[in-house]
Design a binder for this molecule. Structure first.
Ligand code: SF4
Length: 356
């Protein structure tokens, strides 16, 4: 049968050497439903990750990442280098060798029940490192347990995703929002389908993500749109931004945030491969723009701000909304953080506030 050799506890010959570092590997799985993808199922020791520097440098101090690697396969993905720890590469392996924390909800429930956590109940962010609603979530269904554990423990949380699978959990999220503050955001940066399918080949199209924003709003929840990253010379034209913001407005999004592309080492190399293949005419311009580091220079960021801010106003959109509790995408500190990145050479601010 199709699922034979997939029983829990079966050692798989497919386990890769670096994955031995995950001494909690349960099994390695391939299925016909996910052609070309290998899942490495592990028993996580912890579910909550503390952000280095905590809320002093980020709008949130804690994150949960049910998966490592992401089938959404965005060429600019900030998390790619994290796969090299497993002796997997930051390119194709990041897209197709997915580590799944199959017990994440159970471990989380124990962690958020601890007295220290219950005293503070800090906000938790999902979607800061890999996408919790990537396609694998359709198979593993880890998010419902995570949402319930957070809501039951009184923990505020935020979710940032490109996955339309978010719709599946809207009833749960709605119920959770009646018990704890919940912030939701969709990442939608590219509104040209051909370009989007080339840069983010594993993601749903902008139209489908916008429909998800509408579904979230119709469920009675707020939903921001992250236009991140804006790709220099590819998606920063007035026409593209105007077209994008008109659609964001029509979706009913509560607010919009944007920032220009970051290209940290490891990611830059992968992005450059793509540029060589798809837009060789832009290689020199990108080399010049990112010659001093991961962030586009101040001049570019100022130029982009001068172009996009009037368009945001024109479409009657707001840049974020104050939410002092959730640690989510709409907190004033999130907006301040994005502005800080836009205004400074913030290479030391790691990890990136969002991958998208
Ligand atoms: S940017 Fe986000 S959605 Fe895209 S591959 Fe990375 S984690 Fe996945």
């Amino acid at each position: 049968m199709r699922w034979q050799n997939q029983e829990l506890g079966v050692e798989s010959d497919d386990a890769l050497p670096g994955l031995a570092k995950l001494n909690n590997l349960v099994r390695t799985v391939r299925t016909p439903e996910f052609q070309g993808v290998t899942f490495h199922e592990i028993l996580a020791k912890s579910a909550l990750n503390q952000v280095p520097g905590g809320s002093k440098v980020m709008p949130y101090a804690w994150t949960i990442n049910p998966y490592r690697g992401c089938q959404h396969s965005c060429v600019y993905c900030f998390a790619r280098p994290t796969h090299t720890y497993l002796e997997l590469n930051a390119g194709k392996d990041f897209d197709s060798q997915i580590v799944v924390k199959i017990n994440v909800a159970e471990v989380l429930r124990r962690e958020v029940a601890r007295p220290k956590w219950q005293q503070e109940r800090p906000a938790v962010a999902l979607g800061t490192n890999t996408d919790p609603y990537q396609r694998a979530e359709g198979r593993y269904k880890l998010m419902p347990g995570i949402i319930e554990a957070l809501a039951d423990s009184g923990t505020p949380f935020s979710i940032l995703t490109k996955g339309t699978l978010l719709r599946r959990d809207l009833p749960l999220l709605k119920a959770a929002s009646e018990r704890v503050p919940v912030d939701l955001a969709m990442s939608i940066a590219i509104y040209d389908d051909e370009l989007q399918q080339s840069v983010e080949p594993g993601t749903p199209r902008a139209k489908e993500r916008l429909a998800t924003v509408t579904a979230v709003r119709e469920a009675g929840l707020d939903c921001s749109v992250f236009m991140m990253p804006i790709l220099p010379f590819l998606t920063d034209s007035t026409e593209h931004l105007d077209h994008a913001l008109a659609q964001v407005k029509a979706s009913g999004a509560t607010s919009v945030l944007y920032t220009a592309l970051h290209l940290k080492p490891g990611v830059k190399q992968w992005f450059t491969f793509w540029l060589e293949r798809e837009h060789p005419e832009l290689l020199d311009r990108y080399a010049e723009l990112y010659k001093n580091g991961a962030y586009a220079p101040k001049e570019y960021r100022r130029w982009l701000a001068a172009r996009i801010k009037p368009l945001i106003r024109k479409h009657g959109l707001t840049r974020g909304r104050e939410d002092p509790v959730t640690g989510g995408v709409e907190r004033r500190r999130s907006i301040r953080f994005v502005e800080q990145v836009e205004q400074t050479d913030a290479a030391s601010l790691q990890p990136q506030p969002t991958l998208f």
